[in-house]
Design a protein around this ligand. Structure first.
Ligand code: TYD
Length: 142
């Protein structure tokens, strides 16, 4: 599979709940690639849909560090919608996933860890081209 949820550590202090939590993420430990870039998406209107593209070779992990957002992934294996609302959970999104982020809530902040620097040539922004690309790469869906 080229996508799925990751559960990170959530370090707290049971005897001191006011201390809060800390979630550490290290390259090649908690996530399966070296991080070369981070960015975050925020201030998105509830009715807005972001993404609507796939990547040819980029690996990413999406973490909703505040609030809540829905992420729909479509890939060779199927179609799945994940609700991200826990800073200790990451959604691994490998190459060849069409992604759409919607229903941004509560001033959501979506943190993205990426395996490569920004490269516009790695994007497929046309849905039909995405389908064609995946058929060439994985074969026609039965
Ligand atoms: P885009 O990836 O299209 O955003 P989304 O898919 O979340 O809606 O990027 C939006 C704009 O930001 C686009 O003009 C490219 C630019 N951008 C960068 O310059 N560097 C980056 O690392 C990213 C992710 C985007």
């Amino acid at each position: 599979y080229n996508s799925g949820l990751l559960k990170f550590r959530k370090i707290g202090s049971p005897s001191k709940p006011e201390w809060g939590f800390l979630t550490p993420i290290e390259s090649m430990q908690e996530i399966p690639f070296d991080v070369k870039r981070i960015y975050y998406i925020y201030g998105v209107d509830e009715n807005e849909v972001r993404g609507k593209h796939s990547h040819k070779s980029l690996h990413q992990v999406l973490i909703c560090v505040h609030g809540k957002v829905d992420v729909r992934l479509e890939n060779f294996y199927g179609n799945e919608t994940y609700t991200l609302n826990d800073p200790s959970v990451g959604l691994y999104v490998g190459p060849d996933n069409w992604r759409e982020m919607s229903n941004f809530q509560n001033d959501a902040v979506l943190l993205v860890l990426a395996s490569e620097k920004y490269d516009p040539n790695d994007y497929i922004r046309d849905y039909d081209e995405f389908i064609e690309h995946n058929q060439k790469r994985y074969g026609v869906k039965k």
